[in-house]
Design a protein around this ligand. Structure first.
Ligand code: SF4
Ligand code: SF4
Length: 347
């Protein structure tokens, strides 16, 4: 396993990071087996969140007696200093530790005011002062927030979605982070399930020596695939570039990145998922999307008010309401092909 010095934190982190969101869905015994296998193979960077139900607790159990061998990053979704401190205490209890290495604000709508003594930023600094965390960071799904967070240099680490399907503008954030000595955590290295060629995904991100991708892993077999690639990393050469181009062509011009910039939607349509449903059904395990909860969410598309807010906010200038309608039509056809009857599910 290769390691890098992670920006100004000085932490020596494995170039393969472990994204601990999916282990929420994994039985405890299997989760522990996966986490132990990751540590045994040199992975030392684990990213979780207070919001990922029992993920922190699973890490806490698996890391018993190994705290010094692992670097733990967690996140709290808060607006105030008090909330940050309260949730961080919960996280530490779950993780069975008295400190985390990186405490991140979990995707705030906008960057907190650094001059407000009661802001979430003040909470991070207070947590750091109290020794609850060594370093502070922020996660962003919005490009503008990520750029501001990197430019302001108040944070040691910034987490942002980055994959072979990212735009040139987004990829430039990597260089900006490098110049500012900010650690860059790449979330969604498979673009939320849209990128199915793991070799492309891995080689693309391996180019950037200041980036740690967090691979969402819920099976030992998935972990082994990643470890095998890390043993002999594939080069992102011209052939890889052609493969990325083909992937983009398959996804087409109406390809939604799932970034969420378009939210909130007054009809409460979960646009980042719904606008990619055609691909998620075919490129990710589809069954959960045909269950009642998702049926109801997809039928919210019929409640679209055509307010146009999503179009104005989409950085890719997508005609979101039109895409959503197409996704709903495809959803009905796909469900029928699987023998599943879909009727209008009400909220
Ligand atoms: S146009 Fe429709 S989908 Fe877009 S924000 Fe408005 S209600 Fe939501
Ligand atoms: S519609 Fe645009 S803004 Fe909304 S999630 Fe997709 S790419 Fe992002």
């Amino acid at each position: 396993m290769e390691y890098i010095i992670f920006g100004k934190t000085g932490l020596k982190v494995s170039r393969v990071g472990f994204g601990a969101l999916p282990i929420q869905r994994t039985p405890l015994s299997r989760a522990i087996k996966i986490l132990e296998c990751a540590i045994d193979n040199g992975i030392n960077f684990f990213d979780t969140a207070r919001a990922y139900t029992d993920s922190e607790k699973k890490l806490g159990i698996a890391f018993k007696g190994k705290r010094n061998n692992v670097i733990i990053a967690t996140k709290v979704h808060c607006k105030t200093k008090q909330e940050v401190l309260k949730l961080t205490e919960e996280s530490l209890k779950n993780l069975k530790t008295d400190y985390v290495d990186i405490l991140q604000l979990h995707n705030p709508e906008k960057l907190p005011d650094q001059n407000d003594d009661n802001s979430a930023y003040a909470g991070l600094k207070e947590a750091q002062k109290k020794g609850m965390t060594r370093f502070i960071g922020i996660t962003a799904h919005k490009y503008t927030n990520a750029k501001k967070a990197i430019n302001c240099t108040l944070y040691d680490v910034v987490q942002y979605p980055l994959s072979a399907l990212s735009s040139k503008k987004e990829i430039k954030l990597v260089q900006l982070a490098k110049e500012n000595k900010i650690g860059f955590i790449a979330m969604k290295p498979l673009c939320g399930g849209l990128l199915t060629d793991i070799e492309i995904a891995f080689s693309f991100l391996w180019q950037f020596e200041n980036v740690v991708p967090i691979w969402g892993i819920q099976k030992v077999s998935e972990l082994k695939k990643i470890l095998k690639l890390a043993e002999k990393p594939p080069v992102f050469d011209n052939e890889m570039k052609i493969r990325v181009k083909k992937e983009k062509e398959i996804l087409g011009p109406i390809f939604c990145r799932g970034c969420g910039y378009c939210l909130p939607c007054p009809a409460e349509i979960p646009i980042p998922m719904a606008a990619r449903m055609k691909f998620l059904l075919r490129r990710a395990p589809y069954k959960k999307f045909l269950e009642p909860g998702w049926k109801e969410k997809m039928f919210r598309i019929l409640e679209c008010k055509n307010c146009g807010a999503c179009i104005l906010r989409c950085p890719y200038k997508l005609n979101t309401p039109k895409i959503l309608q197409e996704m709903l039509n495809d959803y009905l056809v796909f469900a029928k092909s699987k023998g599943i009857k879909i009727t209008g599910e009400k909220r």
